[in-house]
Design a binder for this molecule. Sequence first.
Ligand code: BES
Ligand code: MN
Ligand code: MN
Length: 462
Amino acid sequence: MKNTQLYISENKERFVNELIDLLKIPSISADKAYAKEVVKTAEQVSQSLKNAGADAVEICETAGYPIVYAHKLIDPKLPTVLVYGHYDVQPADPIELWTNPPFEPIIKKTEIHPEGAIFARGACDDKGQMFMHVKAFEAMMSSNELPCNVKFMIEGEEEVGSENLGLFVKNNKEKLSADVILVSDTGMLANDVPSITTGLRGLSYVEVEVTGPNRDLHSGLYGGCVANPINILNKMIASLHDEKNQITIPNFYDDVVELTKEERAEMAKAPFSIEAYCKALDIESVYGEESYSTMERGSIRPTLDVNGIWGGYTGEGAKTVIASKAYAKISMRLVPNQDPHRITELFKNHFESIAPKGTRVKVTPHHGGEPAVTPIDSIGYKAASKAYEQAFGKKPIPVRSGGSIPIVAMFEKELGLKTVLMGFGLDSDAIHSPNEHYGLFNYYKGIETIPYFYHHFTEMSK
Ligand code: BES
Ligand code: MN
Ligand code: MN
């Protein structure tokens, strides 16, 4: 991989400029107003794969946004790596909190990224991380060092639930046949503490609506006499956690896999500073489920969080009103072996049962996803571990993440393949938030690490 690494070091600046071009297109999958831009991004990704030397580059139409597919098959006897990533991004709001416009990328130095970081929506999640794979592939191709077969599947609907990708995978098992799936859409502990993600949480997401009287009422004439949907919704939500901060939905924890003492002790070895954590978030203290550490609360334990709540009068000044309706969006992060459909059902039944007389409740499920764990004794993990060690000079630590990539469980079910989660982002990179950024160090390290993975995976598969 000498020539590959040389090629990377000689083309660093161009690699950044090309990523910046990709980040300029607002590929927001959640907002129909950006439909053209999302499609344009797919075209740009496919062009970059062509330029890098891929064959069979295709823009596969779906009922939603297209999937970019490409491959380079050099020898059927050699293993095949299937790279997955997404080119869509989250909405940029609240836009006023960005110090620079979200689709006008800019490089700035930060405390954590003294070498500079690219600020833009999607810089880390996932355009920056996905594009590392295109550039690593280009480097291996240009130096004649691609050691095995590779397939790319880059989708444009990850941030809205990957529904059409699910169908695509089910219908294209042959086309997608591979030996391992490689994804860079997660993070690592710190730039000097490399880690590999070994688990993702699942997700159940619901919207609730509480209805009281048939119209908005004068809060003086009716206040105190009828159920106020906003008061009631808040009461109901508050009752979903007990004094230990455990979730009160009956049977919610039934299928949760508890870690052994040994596994928890192993987890606790990962470096983590509560002080630094609190300082970074400007909070006095952490908060969460009793008897679990912050690391555990954020990865191996299920959670329930209100993501948004609204109703009544929120305009300027005061309006004395009892609203007819109140709403909230609620996410539940799930862990092995919780089933998102069952959890949604449990939530719905419970939430409807606690609505007091004089109110009506409607629960509408949104997209969800299954949790996933990846083994650390597989060739894929071992090859990744060696690759990090080579690039960072340190053995990476296995860490379970709190985020969700629902398609990972799907890959296992449909293709029978385990995924290697080689993420290079940091928690402080502000993904989904204003001022999302991705360190140049992380971008380059990723491009450097990926070819090592190809090399070790091929060698270890022999
Ligand atoms: N890349 C993230 C997930 C992630 C980030 C996992 C960091 C681990 C570490 C992904 O794009 C994402 O945002 N997923 C959503 C779920 C999806 C169904 C919208 C999430 O986790 O909220
Ligand atoms: Mn992502
Ligand atoms: Mn995301």
